[in-house]
Unconditional design. Sequence first.
Length: 84
Amino acid sequence: MGVEKMSVSFDLDLGAAIRSAAGDARQSVSAWLAEAARGRLRLEALGEAVASWEQEFGALTEAEVAEADRSLQADAKRRRRGAA
């Protein structure tokens, strides 16, 4: 896998927060930012998938959204336990 070197700029407070978060995660700033970018891209893809589904089948109900939230929360708990 190749690597692309990029130059990015952040305001001072955001830059400090990124460096701190990367340090807390024991990651380089580059690795932390790459992980954050992958997460953002996944969220955007999920939003597009939900919009497409709703266009075809209709809007999700509050109950469906609540059930999905409960499922995601349970999955996150399982992953945290597995990482511990």
